[in-house]
Design a protein around this ligand. Sequence first.
Ligand SMILES: C[S@@+](CC[C@H](N)C(=O)[O-])C[C@H]1O[C@@H](n2cnc3c(N)ncnc32)[C@H](O)[C@@H]1O
Length: 214
Amino acid sequence: MLCNCCEMENNTFGENEAKADLKDYRKRGPANQTKLILEAVRLLGLRDASLLDVGGGIGAIHHELLNDVASEATHVDASSAYLKIATEEAKRLGHSEQVKFIHADFTDVADELPQVDVVTLDRVVCCYPNFRALLKAASLKSRRAVVMTYPREEWYIKAVMSIMNFFQRLRNDPFRGFVHPVHEMETLLNGEGLRKISVKRLFVWEMALYQRMG
Ligand SMILES: C[S@@+](CC[C@H](N)C(=O)[O-])C[C@H]1O[C@@H](n2cnc3c(N)ncnc32)[C@H](O)[C@@H]1O
């Protein structure tokens, strides 16, 4: 039986969205906020790194990083449609042997996964109500760094998110978007031994690179 999160994500991130995202990726490459994550991971100067991409969507992060800094990746996603597209694209790129795909709510399966060098969450915390459980699990899996993007905590983003959630309610769709408090996310990750060493901002998205200290 699927978790509630998977059922919800399957509805929200379905086949049409996955196909459209893949089309964009093939045409234009990674989205701007994803490029910030890729740049941050590359700046860590790792070689043959292991990755865990939580909510990786069509898999742009591992498609790209397996070309240079990474040698293996795990992609955990609550959407089966995104996973299917990501799996096909990994095969097309010759990365099938290097990527493990898992269909699950990450917080449900995190305990069973091995530690990796870098955990990425690109536009994922904003889809999940319990950011503490998500980030705590992500930090426990990361030996070197957690890199993520999330909506900026600005009034105009909160206003748009409220309007989107209002229409979700009208449609009786249980999926909600979240602008989680950046300071609380940082406090939690600091408590897990990670320090924010880089932040980059776009109009909507913020990228933060947290590195393990000591
Ligand atoms: C907005 S999409 C982002 C996809 C991709 N990272 C990108 O930026 O294009 C959010 C993704 O996170 C996944 N997701 C959300 N919460 C999750 C969770 N708790 N465990 C695993 N995947 C999750 C969704 O299924 C979806 O694929």
